[in-house]
Design a protein around this ligand. Structure first.
Ligand SMILES: Nc1ncnc2c1ncn2[C@@H]1O[C@H](COP(=O)(O)OP(=O)(O)OP(=O)(O)O)[C@@H](O)[C@H]1O
Length: 254
């Protein structure tokens, strides 16, 4: 689904991404973990076509990423960014409708199919009471749920999440990630998500990719890779793994 070769990206005076080779397979949930400033958001933004000026190769669905028009890429890939800043007071309804833009033909209004996709996500994500509110009037967590909804409404095969549950209370964080996980299993959705919470990665990811100083330093199946040894190496914190039935919890400590 995504294959990269030697991605590098620099800003004046600093190389941020230092040669990344990854292979993302269809129908899997990947977690990206790494210390602050290690390059996680930059990598996700490069893969999503937001940042230009990188070198190397990125293939999405067998086609080089820079050969996609912005609109074609948006039909394949949706991103929930770390911060969705807008000073314009769009209504929640309008923001959600934006999720259908990549699929619309010129001069056409929303189709019945578009409306059904929007209505289904509104119900699934419990957004009914917010529809008429202005996005600028919402709390951080409410806004994050709406932006998440917009990405699901985009109805892509690839979903990128950049700490997309960081403002959510445990109910909404787990509820959203459970819904994403179901889409992975039922519809073959492919997800790449940046996490700071080891437990969310442990509960929802098939594989984890550890990034440190602009490079992938460890990667593989979550059960083996999310280990106290790797966590110590990447984050310099100790941790203990607790198991409960088929779930593994990671407790970090100094
Ligand atoms: N446009 C830019 N100009 C200068 N430095 C940048 C730019 N973009 C990113 N950086 C720097 O590159 C590094 C990686 O940033 P990035 O946002 O990718 O990190 P991150 O791993 O997502 O961090 P966090 O966990 O704090 O969100 C940081 O040191 C950041 O300051």
């Amino acid at each position: 689904m995504i294959k990269t070769k030697d991605i590098r990206y620099s800003v004046p005076g600093k190389e941020i991404i230092k040669g990344i080779d990854i292979k993302i397979e269809k129908g899997k949930f990947y977690g990206i973990l790494g210390p602050n400033g290690s390059g996680k958001t930059t990598l996700l933004d490069i893969l999503a076509g937001i940042i230009e000026g990188w070198s190397g190769e990125i293939e999405v669905d067998g086609r080089e990423v820079d050969r996609y028009s912005k609109k074609d890429l948006a039909k394949v890939l949706a991103l929930v960014p770390q911060n969705f800043d807008t000073s314009f007071p769009f209504s929640v309804e309008e923001v959600l409708e934006m999720g259908r833009y990549p699929h619309k033909k010129k001069f056409s209004y929303g189709s019945k199919g578009d409306k059904k996709i929007i209505d289904d996500v509104v119900e699934e994500l419990e957004l009914q009471d917010m529809l008429k509110k202005k996005i600028t009037d919402l709390s951080g967590g409410e806004r994050q749920r709406v932006v998440f909804g917009k990405a699901l409404i985009q109805d892509t095969q690839l979903l990128f999440l950049d700490e997309s549950t960081s403002n959510l209370d445990p109910y909404y964080a787990h509820s959203l990630l459970t819904k994403v996980r179901s889409r992975v299993e039922e519809r073959g959705l492919t997800v790449i998500s940046v996490f700071h919470d080891f437990n969310l990665a442990s509960l929802y990811c098939d594989e984890v990719i550890f990034i440190k100083d602009g490079k992938v330093v460890k990667s593989g199946e979550t059960a083996h890779t999310l280990s106290p040894e790797n966590i110590k190496y990447v984050f310099n914190v100790n941790s203990r793994i607790m198991e409960d039935e088929d779930k593994k919890f990671v407790i970090p400590y100094m």
